[in-house]
Ligand binder design. Structure first.
Ligand code: DAH
Length: 359
């Protein structure tokens, strides 16, 4: 075997096993580049005798051809491997939408519920829930609203045909107050809870919808006074409206389940003809509250001489309207995408006391 044949065999084997495109390119330059091994070999033809050149010339050109085509085929093979690897790794889901930005938004009611949980969570409260389909005892009787009580008629209750064990018709809860009863019956005091949720009354106009939202608050501990109630509501509303100048006014009122009872008004100031919360130029009714009635504690098996507490109930939709400026409650439940886009919140905007409970 001639020297060139041997060289050719070695070179082809090396090129065929070049590990990647970079190594192959380095080999190409080292062999066929201006200073390359084969280029230099070809240059020696000029110094040869014509006879020598006739023998060596074709062999050298053949070597260059073989090396060139070995490089070309290895290059094609490596490029193909590369493509297969990328096709396997870079998958493309053709069923994805063209511009998959965030599409939905958090409804203001959900946003306010999250804000309430954040604020009251920080005060040591936990969130309690109860069923929306209630029985008469939890919704009325246990809350000191007996059958003949006028408050029952005031609630415009939705009743079911189905009755409970005592023959009374089941109903859609008219307020979140039955969650107070369920909590006190099933857990051990002290209690520090809020209970946000859906409530129902047969009522409909710009500020009333048959389904609406309330948040109930309940604190039961030893030595709880009206002072604790006022401080808690003030602290809550200052954090919620993100203003330190919130002023509250407790007006004597009546609820069967509290004694004494107070309606809580929040003060506002007129700024350019608009009511702005804060100050005390005027008053807006905001929520109902009071000290839990001893009969309610007894109905839940608690001794009123040992345990006292306060409760409050507040419309969540109204809280949202006052903070975020909507003026028609019915739009809350229309499911109109334009309204939801305008008043909705980003799902990533989680309310925190440190970062701001609003948006
Ligand atoms: N349950 C009352 C309502 O729906 C609101 C309320 C008033 C709740 C006073 C309370 C309270 O816990 O103490 O109108």
């Amino acid at each position: 075997m001639s020297r060139l044949d041997q060289m050719s065999g070695e070179l082809i084997a090396r090129l065929d096993s070049a590990p990647d495109l970079q190594a192959l390119e380095a080999d190409r330059i080292a062999l066929l580049g201006k200073q390359g091994e084969i280029t230099r070999l070809l240059k020696t033809l000029g110094a040869m005798t014509p006879e020598q050149r006739n023998v060596e010339g074709p062999q050298m050109h053949a070597l260059r051809e073989r090396v060139s085509s070995a490089i070309a085929s290895r290059k094609a093979a490596l490029e193909d491997e590369d493509l297969q690897r990328r096709l396997a790794a870079e998958t493309l889901d053709l069923s994805l939408p063209v511009a998959p930005g965030p599409q939905g938004s958090v409804h203001p009611v959900s946003q306010v519920m999250d804000e309430l949980a954040e604020i009251f969570g920080d005060l040591g409260f936990s969130v309690a829930t109860g069923p929306e389909i209630e029985d008469d005892w939890h919704n009325f009787t246990a809350l000191n609203i007996p059958e003949s009580h006028p408050a029952r008629a005031m609630h415009d209750t939705f009743y079911f045909d189905r009755t409970d064990g005592s023959g009374r018709r089941m109903l859609l809860r008219t307020h979140t107050s039955p969650v107070q009863i369920r909590t006190m019956q099933t857990q051990k005091p002290p209690f520090y809870i809020i209970a946000p949720g859906r409530t129902y009354r047969s009522d409909s106009d710009a500020t009333h919808t048959p389904m609406f939202h309330q948040v109930e608050g309940l604190v039961i501990d030893r030595g709880i006074t009206l002072g604790h109630l006022k401080w808690t509501l003030e602290t809550f509303l200052k954090a919620y409206f993100e203003r330190d100048d919130i002023v509250l006014r407790l007006r004597p009122s009546y609820f069967p389940f509290t004694e004494p009872s107070a309606e809580v008004d929040i003060g506002y100031t007129m700024v350019n003809g608009r009511r702005v919360l804060g100050g005390s130029e005027g008053w807006m009714e905001l929520l109902g509250s009071g000290m839990v009635h001893p009969s309610v504690l007894e109905n839940c098996g608690l001794d009123p001489d040992e345990w006292q507490g306060f409760a409050f109930g507040c419309g969540i939709d109204r809280l949202a309207m006052l903070k975020y400026g909507m003026d028609d409650l019915r739009a809350f439940f229309d499911g109109d995408l334009r309204w939801l886009r305008h008043y909705g919140f980003s799902a990533l905007d989680v309310p925190t006391l440190s970062g701001g409970v609003g948006a």
